[in-house]
Design a protein around this ligand. Structure first.
Ligand SMILES: [Zn+2]
Length: 92
């Protein structure tokens, strides 16, 4: 399953906030460390279509892939460029 995180983009701050799902409700959520917005409207606009795609992929993989496997998906958006990082999570 997909585990989503929000990463603070502020210079010198590397706070990572695990969330259940990145939704539009989180737009403007402040970083607990530095107060910067973890998810700006631009982040969300860039992320939303990608997220839809990922959810489709996840659905397609349902029953095929081992659902115990988790993937960290982190989204960053900086200077008009979105970056997405996938990191497999080893549990247990
Ligand atoms: Zn921060």
């Amino acid at each position: 399953m997909m585990r989503e995180v929000l990463k603070c983009d502020a210079e010198g701050c590397d706070h990572i906030e695990p969330v259940e799902a990145v939704t539009s409700d989180l737009v403007g959520k402040p970083c607990p460390k530095c107060g910067a917005s973890l998810l700006t409207q631009e982040d969300w606009d860039a992320w939303a279509p990608i997220r839809d795609l990922l959810l489709e992929l996840e659905k397609a993989a349902d029953g095929v892939a081992d659902t115990e496997d988790q993937i960290d998906v982190s989204i960053g958006y900086h200077d008009g460029e979105a970056s997405i990082k996938f990191k497999p999570v080893t549990t247990g």
